[in-house]
Ligand binder design. Structure first.
Ligand SMILES: Nc1ncnc2c1ncn2[C@@H]1O[C@H](COP(=O)(O)OP(=O)(O)OP(=O)(O)O)[C@@H](O)[C@H]1O
Length: 700
C-alpha cells in the first residue's frame, strides 16, 4: 500500500496549515480530517464490547458477524477517494433533503463519514442532498452555486474543477476530469462509476423501488454499471425492506459475474447475491449433462410450454367416482362422490398452487363430514375435524383424486411419452414441435436423464405450479436479451412481489431465442408496466471503432440507433489483411505484443474453435495469457477470449482474430454478425482486426 494512502494525524495538522493559503490545500485538509474521522468510526466499532449485550453464543456470533461487516463497510480504500465532489447550495436545503446535515456545503463520497460530534463530513452519494451533483446543469442549477469535482491519483487529491451553475456569465463546459476518468486504463475487475454517473444514467439509478425499469442500450453505454449502482441506491433508500426480501443480480455466465463482483462491495454493499439463470433453476439432485439442438431448445424455451406444463400438472386431478366412507367409533359417515367433486372443482377454480390446493383438500372433505355429524346432533370441534382430515379413508381419496406431482418426473414423462405430450400439447404445439421435444431414447428415471439447461427451466416452471416460488425484493437482469421466454418467466417468479431492472441490447442477442421486443420480454417477466429507457451515449468504445461496428446494425437489428461515443481516440482502429493463413498466427502475436506496449488490459478475441491453436501460438511465443474471469493484474494483462464469452467484458486493447470465423461459428448469419458486433465493441482504446478470409460485406 503506498504511503499516501494513510494520512496520520500529524499529516492532518500540516494539511490544516496549508489550508489557509490555497484552496487545494483546504480540500486536502478536509480529506485528511475525513480519513481520521472514518478511522475513528471504524475504531468505535472495533472496540465494541459485545459481552454484556449478548445473551448466548449464537447471539454473539450473529452480532460479531454484523460488526465485522460494518468494519469492512467502513474500510478506507487506499486507491479510491473518500469524496469526489462538493456541492455548495445557494440556500441550506431543507431537513428532508439534507438528512440531518446542516449548512450549505457538502462533500459527496462513497459513504457517509461523520466527526466525533456526529456532524457529517462526507455525505453518501445516494443521499437526496447529493442528487444535484449528478443532475444539476446550467439549464437547471437546482439551487447549486458551485459544483466541484475532484481529481485523484491513487488516494491523493491532485486537482479540482469548478462549475458555477447559477452564474449566467460562465459558459457550460465539458469536464476534463470526467473525460480522464472515462479514459483511465482498465486493469483488474470492473470498477464503480460513482464519481461520474451521467444525468440520464442517474435517473435510472434513482428510480423508485416499486417500479420496474427496462434499459435498452448499445455496447458500452453503461447498462451494467447503471444496474449495479441502482442496486446500491435501492439498498440505501430501502435498506430494511430489502434486507428482509433480498436482492439479486443475474448475469450471463461465471466469468462475467467475476468481472463485476467487486463493484457493489466497493460501494459498501456486501450482501447482494449474484447468479446466472442456470444457477436459479439448478437442483441439487439433478445434474445438467445434456445439451439440446438449437431448434429443440427454442421450443423448450417458448412461453407456450408454460401452458403445456400447466395442463399436464392439472391433468393429475381426477373426478371422484366413489363416495367416501369415514368410520369413527360405532358410526359411519358417508359423503357422496358428487359432493367431493364439488369441493375439488371449487379448489380447481381458485387461484392457488396445485400443492396448496392438495394440502387444503383433506380439511375441506373433513368439513363435509363434520356438517353431517352436526346434522346428526353431534357437536364436533376443530380437533375432530383435524382427526377426520387425517383419517386413512380421507387420505386415500386425496391420493387418488389429487395425487402428488413430482415436477422432474412430470417433465420426464412429457419428453418421453408421445401420447402424454400430445394430450397436453395438442392445439398449443404443432406435431413437428412435439417431435422436437421428444427424446429419441425415452428415459427411465429422473436420475439417469441427461438433463439440459432448458429442461431445468421447465422443471422450475412445473415446480412453481405445484408450490409458489419465493420472491425477492429486487432483481437486476443483465444481458437480458439472451433469455428465452421461459427463462424470463423463471426470473419473473423470483420477483413477483418485488421489482426488476432489465438491462440489454437487442443487437447483441446471440441465442436462437433472443429477445425481439422488450414489450414482449417484459410480458414474459410479468412486468408489462415497466418503464422503457434508452441509453445512447457510449463510454467504452472509441468513436471510430463504434462507427465501424455500427455498420452491422442494419443487418442485425434494423431500427436501433448507433451509440454515440464520448471517446475521441484517433487511430483506434487498425484493420490488417494478412496474405496467407500461415502468416496469421505470427501477425496476431505481433499485434498482441504491440498492444502490450500500452498500459492496461489486452483481449485477444477469436472464434471458439480457434482458441486452442491460438493458445498454442501464445505459449510458443512466450506470451502468458489468462482466461476470461481470471483477474488481470499489472503483471498479467493478456486474456485469450473465446467469442462466446466476450459479452459484457472489456479490454483496453482488443486484437480480433479472423472475423469471418467468428461469424461462421454461429448457426446462422444474423447470429454470427451479432456475435461479431459484440466482439468488435469490447475495446476501450484500440481495436486491431486481423484477417485472411474476406470480411463480412458491411465491413469490407
Ligand atoms: N458515467 C460513466 N462514467 C465513467 N465510466 C462509465 C460511465 N458509464 C459507463 N462507464 C464505463 O463504460 C464502460 C462500459 O460500461 P458497461 O459495461 O456498464 O456498459 P454496457 O452497456 O453494460 O455494455 P455491454 O452492452 O457491452 O455489456 C465501463 O468501463 C464503465 O465503467
Amino acid at each position: 500500500m503506498p504511503a499516501h494512502a494513510h494520512v496520520t494525524d500529524s499529516d492532518a495538522a500540516s494539511a490544516a496549515d496549508a489550508a489557509a493559503t490555497d484552496p487545494l490545500g483546504r480540500e486536502r485538509a478536509h480529506l485528511a480530517a475525513s480519513r481520521s474521522a472514518l478511522r475513528a468510526m471504524r475504531e468505535d466499532v472495533q472496540n465494541l464490547d459485545i459481552r454484556d449485550v449478548t445473551a448466548n453464543w449464537v447471539n454473539a456470533i450473529v452480532l460479531q458477524a454484523q460488526i465485522d461487516d460494518r468494519i469492512k463497510a467502513l474500510a478506507d480504500l487506499a486507491h479510491t477517494p473518500l469524496f469526489f465532489g462538493r456541492l455548495n447550495y445557494l440556500h441550506a436545503p431543507g431537513a428532508e433533503l439534507a438528512e440531518g446535515a446542516e449548512g450549505e456545503q457538502f462533500y459527496i463520497g462513497r459513504r457517509h463519514v461523520h466527526d466525533a460530534g456526529g456532524d457529517p463530513m462526507v455525505i453518501d452519494w445516494r443521499a437526496p442532498v447529493s442528487q444535484p451533483f449528478y443532475r444539476a446543469s446550467k439549464n437547471d442549477p437546482q439551487d447549486i452555486g458551485l459544483r466541484r469535482r475532484f481529481g485523484y491519483t491513487g488516494g491523493e487529491l491532485t486537482a479540482y474543477e469548478d462549475e458555477h451553475l447559477s452564474d449566467p456569465a460562465e459558459a457550460a463546459s465539458v469536464s476534463k476530469l470526467l473525460q480522464q476518468e472515462i479514459e483511465r486504463p482498465r486493469v483488474g475487475p470492473m470498477r464503480d462509476i460513482v464519481a461520474t454517473i451521467q444525468p440520464e444514467q442517474d435517473e435510472i439509478v434513482r428510480s423508485g423501488l416499486s417500479g420496474s425499469v427496462c434499459v435498452q442500450g448499445g455496447p458500452g453505454t453503461g447498462k451494467t454499471a447503471v444496474g449495479l449502482h441502482r442496486v446500491a441506491y435501492l439498498l440505501y433508500a430501502h435498506r430494511d425492506r430489502l434486507a428482509r426480501t433480498g436482492t439479486l443480480v443475474i448475469g450471463p455466465n461465471r466469468s462475467f459475474l467475476h468481472y463485476i463482483e467487486q463493484v457493489l462491495p466497493a460501494l459498501g454493499e456486501l450482501e447482494v447475491k449474484q447468479a446466472t439463470v442456470d444457477d436459479l433453476v439448478a437442483r441439487a439432485d439433478l445434474e445438467v449433462r445434456g445439451a439440446d439442438a438449437a431448434e429443440t431448445a427454442v421450443v423448450k424455451g417458448d412461453a407456450r410450454m408454460a401452458e403445456v406444463l400447466r395442463r399436464a400438472v392439472h391433468s393429475h386431478v381426477s373426478e371422484p367416482v366413489e363416495p367416501l366412507m369415514v368410520v369413527r367409533g360405532s358410526r359411519r359417515w358417508r359423503v357422496p362422490a358428487y359432493e367431493i367433486a364439488e369441493i375439488v372443482a371449487e379448489l380447481q377454480n381458485r387461484d392457488i398452487r396445485y400443492g396448496a390446493a392438495r394440502d387444503a383438500l383433506p380439511q375441506r372433505i373433513a368439513h363435509a363430514v363434520l356438517v353431517r355429524m352436526e346434522q346428526a346432533g353431534e357437536a364436533p370441534d376443530d380437533r375432530v375435524q383435524d382427526a377426520v382430515a387425517r383419517n386413512p379413508a380421507v387420505k386415500a381419496v386425496v391420493k387418488t383424486v389429487w395425487p402428488l406431482v413430482e415436477p422432474a418426473k412430470l417433465v420426464l414423462r412429457l419428453l418421453s411419452d408421445p401420447e402424454f405430450l400430445a394430450a397436453h400439447a395438442d392445439g398449443i404445439l404443432s406435431s413437428d414441435e412435439q417431435s422436437l421435444l421428444l427424446w429419441s431414447k425415452p428415459a427411465r428415471s429422473v436420475k439417469s436423464v441427461k438433463w439440459s439447461a432448458a429442461d431445468l427451466v421447465l422443471i422450475d416452471e412445473a415446480t412453481d405450479l405445484v408450490e409458489r416460488t419465493h420472491s425477492l425484493g429486487h432483481v437486476v437482469i443483465d444481458e437480458a436479451q439472451d433469455l428465452s421466454p421461459m427463462q424470463y418467466r423463471a426470473v419473473g417468479r423470483r420477483c413477483t412481489t418485488g421489482s426488476a431492472t432489465v438491462l440489454g441490447d437487442l443487437a447483441q442477442g446471440t441465442t436462437p431465442w433472443a429477445t425481439r421486443s422488450w414489450d414482449e420480454a417484459l410480458g414474459h417477466l410479468g412486468k408489462p408496466g415497466a418503464v422503457l429507457e434508452e441509453l445512447t451515449a457510449g463510454f467504452r468504445v472509441p468513436r471510430e471503432v463504434i462507427a465501424y461496428a455500427s455498420r452491422l446494425l442494419p443487418a442485425i437489428s434494423p431500427g436501433l440507433s448507433p451509440v454515440s461515443s464520448v471517446r475521441e481516440t484517433p487511430g483506434s482502429l487498425i484493420v490488417t489483411t494478412v496474405d496467407s493463413a500461415a502468416s496469421l498466427p505470427p501477425a496476431v502475436i505481433d499485434a498482441c505484443r504491440a498492444s502490450l506496449v500500452h498500459e492496461g488490459s489486452i483481449g485477444l478475441i477469436a472464434a471458439d474453435a480457434r482458441i486452442p491453436e491460438l493458445a498454442e501460438a501464445l505459449l510458443a511465443a512466450g506470451l502468458p495469457y489468462l482466461s476470461p474471469g481470471e483477474e488481470t493484474t499489472a503483471e498479467s494483462r493478456l486474456t485469450l477470449v473465446p467469442a462466446s464469452l466476450a459479452k459484457g467484458l472489456e479490454y483496453d486493447y482488443v486484437v480480433l482474430h479472423e472475423p469471418a470465423d467468428v461469424v461462421a461459428g454461429e448457426p446462422d448469419e444474423r447470429t454470427g454478425l451479432r456475435r461479431l458486433y459484440v466482439c468488435l465493441t469490447r475495446a476501450v482504446s484500440g481495436l486491431t482486426l486481423l484477417h485472411t478470409t474476406p470480411l463480412p460485406e458491411a465491413l469490407a
